[in-house]
Design a protein around this ligand. Sequence first.
Ligand SMILES: *Cc1c(COP(=O)(O)O)cnc(C)c1O
Length: 388
Amino acid sequence: MTKMRFSKRLDSIPPYLFAEIDRKIAAKQAEGVDVISFGVGDPDIATPGPVVDTLCDMSRKPEHHRYPSYFGLREFREAAAGWFERRFGVALDPETEILPLIGSKEGVAHVAIAVLDPGDYALVPEPSYPVYRMGTLLAGATPHFLPLAAGNGFLPDLEAVPTEVLSSSKLLWLNYPNNPTGAVADEGFFTRAIEFAREHDLVLAHDNAYSEITYDGFVAPSVLQLEGASDLAVEFHSLSKTFNMTGFRIGFVCGNAGVIEALGTVKTNIDSGIFNPIQLAGITALDRMQETVSEMREIYRSRREMLVRGFRGLGWDVTPPKGSIYIWMPVPDGFDSVGFSTHVLERAGVFFTPGNAYGPSGEGFVRISLTVSNDRIEEALSRLGEVN
Ligand SMILES: *Cc1c(COP(=O)(O)O)cnc(C)c1O
């Protein structure tokens, strides 16, 4: 037998925290408990009918069964540019400033390979979507964590980054509306982040996956709306949450042409583009589905109200999120994140994700996803009321 050896890079990847969580949920289900999970960040609302119809119709055409273009259909890039201009008032060149992605996760991971070398730092907020950190590690570079604290509105304190880290840093990650904290950032924050990135020669990468999911009248900006952003920033957009298309795998990155060209070079050597009918379905979504976006927002808003009211009734201290599909709740006194998550699972068959799964500063919180129907929310609240 040969002795297989794997890359050192993989040794830097921490064990998958959700494996243990999945095991606990599965064990409860094996006991016959009907677990109500607020764990997944995967919309339960159906993909709009016309989007599915486009995929089905276009899939029958033989011309779409061959390799797609590396850089995406020109029509998709134009539809993305059109949506972006209508939504943010920013004109993008579909040729050089937009690149379609196989879901934004793919681009978020691969941009690290385009920007970072071993020995470089990426500035990574935490708690956060795990891919900023994992992409950095897989590129052989080192994440430097920027803690997000409630006292600072879950915005990073950029001035606190040590000078010696900054001198080897090349990439700054941001994500607002934020997963998992539900926090939002205004134009003033993005303006400061652009100045900071310019001062320290950083690429600013903003993940705007939840741009369309905000509440209480807040409209999320794009970093590209701000002066000077196109010199150094790219922004990742996803059709996954905006149009309930997580299974389709489609998104795009836009902004600085140099970063987009570099990412394009990585991608042409790794993947071979996106099935054309998926891109055409994406065009249907971007061009015609604005109304379903408002309906979706209203569904999440009403679930948010139900849960916040219910949790407050249980005596739990909770602030309604301004954006995203998550409630980020401090755990009650006497618990840590895992302890509280285990407690509600054991006692009520309800699952909340422990906050420390998203980074050390997530300790003391749980993440509660709004992707659960109203009657399951009611059932969960009533069970929690019985055991609280
Ligand atoms: C869901 C999510 C994404 C979207 O990923 P896709 O690959 O486009 O499905 C990106 N960033 C964050 C923070 C997310 O929560």
